[in-house]
Design a protein around this ligand. Structure first.
Ligand SMILES: Nc1nc2c(ncn2[C@@H]2O[C@H](COP(=O)(O)OP(=O)(O)OP(=O)(O)O)[C@@H](O)[C@H]2O)c(=O)[nH]1
Ligand SMILES: [Mg+2]
Length: 323
C-alpha cells in the first residue's frame, strides 16, 4: 500500500508509483500530495529545454555527475509531450542517463504530458512536489522546446537553460519564438563542431539587445560538449551561482510565490470545472437541452447558453441586458 511515509523516506519505488498516479490523473495522487506538500519547497529546480536532438539528455547525464561530485541528490523528469513525432524520446532519454541508474541518490523518470493545455505544467509541478519531499536537492526537468513548453517550464523552474547547437540557426529561431526572454543560461552544445564560437557570439549579441532583466541577472552563454563532458563543470557552477543569486536577491521567494499562484489557479480551474459539470449533468435543464438538440427544436449554442444561464441564476433576458 502506497503511503506518504515511504515517499518521505525517499523510497524510489513509492516515488515512481505516485508519479504514475499523477500521470493517470488518479484522485489518489491528490491525497498523497496533500501530505507531501508541507515537506517540499527547498529543492532547486532547473529546466533544460531545446530542439529535439540537441543533446539535452546527454548534457543532463553529465550534469548529474557534476552535482553528484558535490554530493547533491539529483532527480530528473524528462517530459515527453506525447506527440507522435517524439514517440521514441522517452526510451532515448532513459538510455542516455542509464549509467546513474544504480546510484540511489539519483532518480530519473519520464512523464507523458498527454498534450492537454496546462497538463504539462500541472503534472510536472505535482511530480516536483513529490521529488522535493523525497529529499532531492536538485530537480532537473527536460522538455523538448516546441512552442509553449519553454514557457511552461520557465514558469516552474528556478533556472532555465536553453540548449542550442552550432549551425542549426537556433539563434534566429529563438528570437522568433521569444525564447530569449525565458532563458537564464544559454548552452551551445556539440561545441566541438565548427561554428560553435559564431553561435555563442550570435547569442551574446542577441542577449545584449534584450532589455535588461528585471531580476538583475545577466544571462550567460556557455559552450559544452556533452559526450566528453567539456564545459559541463562550468555549467554546473553557473547553475549553482544562479541559484545563489536567486536566493540572495529575494528573487527565489518571488518566483516561488508566482509558481504557487499558477499552481493554485490551475487546481481551482480543474476542480471548479469538474464540480460544475457534475452539477450540470445531473440537472433537468441539461436533459431538456439534450432533448431539444436531438429533436433540432433548438440550436446547440442557445441550448448551452440556456443551461449555463439557468444554473448560474441568469436567464436569457439578463444575458441580453448585460451585453
Ligand atoms: N557530437 C556531439 N554529439 C552529441 C553531443 N551531445 C549529445 N550528442 C549526441 O546527440 C544525439 C542526441 O542526444 P540526446 O541527448 O538524446 O538529445 P536530446 O536533446 O535529449 O534529444 P530529445 O530528447 O530526443 O529531444 C545523441 O546521439 C548524442 O550522443 C555533443 O556534445 N557532441
Ligand atoms: Mg532527451
Amino acid at each position: 500500500m502506497l503511503n506518504a511515509k515511504d515517499i518521505l523516506a525517499g523510497d524510489q519505488r513509492a516515488g515512481a508509483q505516485v508519479i504514475r498516479l499523477i500521470e493517470d490523473h488518479d484522485p489518489a495522487a491528490f491525497e498523497l500530495l496533500k501530505e507531501l506538500y508541507p515537506h517540499s519547497g527547498t529543492a532547486f529546480i532547473i529546466g533544460i529545454t531545446g530542439s529535439p536532438g540537441v543533446g539535452k539528455s546527454t548534457l543532463i547525464d553529465a550534469l548529474i555527475t557534476e552535482f553528484r561530485n558535490l554530493d547533491k541528490k539529483v532527480a530528473v523528469i524528462a517530459v515527453d509531450p506525447s506527440s507522435p513525432v517524439s514517440g521514441g524520446a522517452i526510451l532515448g532519454d532513459r538510455l542516455r542517463m542509464q549509467r546513474h541508474a544504480a546510484d540511489e541518490k539519483v532518480f530519473i523518470r519520464s512523464m507523458a504530458s498527454r498534450g492537454q493545455k496546462g497538463g504539462l505544467s500541472r503534472a510536472t509541478h505535482d511530480a516536483v512536489i513529490v521529488l522535493d519531499a523525497m529529499g532531492y536537492e536538485m530537480i532537473i526537468i527536460e522538455t523538448v522546446g516546441a512552442g509553449q513548453a519553454e514557457f511552461d517550464i520557465a514558469s516552474l523552474a528556478h533556472s532555465t537553460g536553453i540548449v542550442s547547437i552550432p549551425g542549426a540557426g537556433d539563434g534566429i529561431q529563438a528570437i522568433k519564438a521569444g525564447i530569449l526572454e525565458t532563458g537564464d543560461i544559454f548552452i551551445v552544445n556539440k561545441s566541438e563542431r565548427p561554428g560553435a564560437d559564431a553561435c555563442a557570439g550570435e547569442l551574446e549579441m542577441m542577449l545584449g539587445m534584450r532589455p535588461p532583466s528585471s531580476t538583475g541577472w545577466a544571462p550567460r552563454v556557455l559552450k559544452t560538449c556533452a559526450i566528453d563532458g567539456t564545459g559541463v563543470k562550468d555549467l554546473a557552477k553557473v547553475f549553482l551561482s544562479h541559484f545563489d543569486f536567486m536566493k540572495k536577491s529575494g528573487r527565489l521567494d518571488v518566483k516561488k510565490k508566482e509558481t504557487e499562484h499558477l499552481y493554485f489557479q490551475s487546481l481551482l480551474t480543474q476542480l471548479a470545472l469538474e464540480k460544475i459539470m457534475q452539477f450540470i449533468h445531473r440537472s433537468p435543464e441539461f436533459k431538456q437541452a439534450l432533448n431539444n438538440i436531438e429533436s433540432r427544436s433548438m440550436d446547440p449554442i442557445s441550448a448551452a447558453q440556456k443551461v449555463v444561464n439557468c444554473l448560474c441564476g441568469l436567464d436569457t433576458q439578463d444575458y441580453k441586458d448585460r451585453r
